[in-house]
Design a protein around this ligand. Structure first.
Ligand code: ATP
Ligand code: MG
Ligand code: MG
Ligand code: MG
Length: 472
């Protein structure tokens, strides 16, 4: 079946609307009223208020396509076929309404019915928790998946410490032998770390309360929380070898080809660079559209790190000047159907990104020279450890996020002196505390002070002017 990503997203929403679900719009990437979370990282993250019972939803059945950012996967991006820092999660949710039987039946119908996605059922495999006989029996008897393709895995338990928890069940698509052709690979099973069995959908059956004394008791109301990666399911539908070879990313890669004069698909180092660029520009464009700004802390630091990481990979393609901002309209075009906001804010987002790129380029070459000279010096001493104080200096003076220095020096087989770096960071925090106390003693009003402490100041996008990183 030939479907665009926009059609797949819409199909998912329509399918669950048919099943009585209410469509919730994609919420901002910046969490509202949730200080525990840096970014919205899943569909359920925006629905916590319903899951913990604070608010009773109008309709206990909910469906959404939720933009999500995950920084824990950053090192994978560009290297696996399936990981992004920004991706969309398609999810259906039941707040005390239907449970396992329906959740599994819906997922199966959506994926295999000719009317919907129409995957070959023989290419799907599932995992369940070893003690979840209920889910096992539903897959085996109701859905009639042969038992060879129902795998019991200990990790299939969703638990965040205290609070609701429960077993989960994941659905995998077998991409065929060409995706993992070493039959001896111990990881070659659905749920293992391999490229052949692609995890597309996770169904969480929230049925226990994890009590403070670490016991588990049944919840009075059971919930369903599911998440399917749009980019992954689209890669299968479009018969694309990786998520990047789909209509969600290819226009970005084509533009990066234009800018660099290099071709995608020629060698793997260049391809990784193309993928990193295409991934990171989506993340930064959407995050800036949701009013996050590059800075030295928290969310802002993530954006700074992503942009600078993209610049590092762009060097591989011979790109030596600000260019990421030029990809913003393309992100906007690709996502326009469901996220018109990116195009609407195009020039604001471009300005933020261009400003940040320019800032980095101003000092990049100086910083790299220093980095290289330190590598040489340490090599001569027979060391392969990059001193923590130098990591700090690169960060403080040249704006190299530590993780970036980490990646640069790894190219030379070096590692970072973590302890030394932490020591310098602690000293800096101490200096900041002292400076703040001084200000306090001058009796400056709290309001002024808290302004200075904010990670970045947004001065309105109609002004197209951005002040970033006000440091105390
Ligand atoms: P993986 O094991 O491949 O890292 P996961 O088990 O961490 O995935 P979940 O937390 O179960 O992922 O998220 C639900 C779904 O969201 C996954 O089944 C997948 O389709 C998608 N997904 C998760 N993380 C990413 C990511 N970094 N990039 C793209 N899609 C993702
Ligand atoms: Mg993961
Ligand atoms: Mg997984
Ligand atoms: Mg999972």
């Amino acid at each position: 079946k030939q479907l665009t990503s926009a059609q797949v997203r819409q199909m998912f929403l329509d399918f669950f609307k048919d099943k009585g679900h209410q469509v919730e719009p994609s919420a901002s990437l910046v969490p509202k009223e949730d200080p525990t979370l840096l970014w919205i990282n899943s569909g359920v993250a925006t629905l916590k208020k319903y899951f913990d019972g604070r608010i009773i939803p109008e309709n206990p059945r909910i469906v959404n396509a939720q933009k999500s950012i995950r920084t824990n996967d950053i090192e994978n991006v560009g290297f696996t076929a399936r990981h992004h820092t920004f991706f969309e999660m398609l999810g259906n949710f039941s707040i005390g309404d239907y449970f396992k039987k329906e959740a599994i039946a819906y997922a199966w119908e959506f994926l295999t019915s000719e009317k919907w996605i129409g995957f070959d059922p023989e290419l799907l495999a599932v995992t369940v928790h070893p003690e979840d006989d209920e889910a096992y029996d539903i897959w085996l008897h109701d859905i009639q998946i042969p038992k060879e393709r129902i795998i019991r895995l200990e990790e299939n338990f969703w638990d965040i410490g205290e609070g609701p928890s429960g077993p989960n069940s994941e659905i995998f698509y077998d991409r065929g032998e060409s995706y993992g052709n070493d039959p001896e690979d111990p990881e070659l099973y659905p749920g293992g770390e391999n490229e052949r069995f692609l995890e597309i959908w996770n169904l969480v059956f929230s049925q226990f309360n994890h009590n403070p004394d670490d016991t588990y008791t049944p919840l009075p109301k059971q919930n369903i929380d599911t998440g399917m990666g749009l980019e992954r399911v689209v890669s299968v539908i479009q018969d694309a070898p990786t998520n990047f070879d789909t209509d969600l990313f290819m226009p970005l890669i084509r533009e990066a080809e234009e800018i660099s004069g290099k071709k995608y698909g020629q060698n793997s180092a260049d391809d990784t660079a193309f993928k990193v660029i295409a991934d990171h520009i989506r993340t930064v464009s959407f995050a800036v559209g949701d009013k996050a700004l590059p800075s030295n802390e928290g969310r802002g630091y993530v954006l700074r790190r992503l942009l600078r990481r993209a610049v590092r990979f762009a060097k591989q393609l011979g790109i030596d000047e600000p260019f990421m901002y030029k990809l913003v309209p393309i992100v906007g075009n690709i996502m326009e159907d469901y996220y018109p906001d990116v195009l609407k804010q195009k020039s604001y987002i471009e300005t933020v990104i261009k400003t940040e790129e320019e800032r980095f380029h101003e000092t990049l070459n100086d910083g790299l020279e220093i980095l290289n000279s330190i590598i040489d010096k340490e090599k001569q001493k027979g060391s392969d450890v990059f001193p923590g104080s130098e990591v700090f200096k690169l960060y403080d003076t040249y704006g190299f996020p530590k993780e970036l220095t980490d990646e640069y020096v790894a190219d030379y087989g070096f590692s970072i002196d973590e302890e030394g770096f932490e020591l310098e960071m602690e000293k800096q925090r101490e200096r900041a505390r002292n400076a703040r106390q001084k200000v306090d003693s001058m009796q400056i009003q709290d309001g002024v002070l808290s302004d200075v402490e904010t990670e970045s100041i947004f001065v309105g996008y109609d002004q197209l002017k951005v002040k970033t990183s006000v440091e105390v």
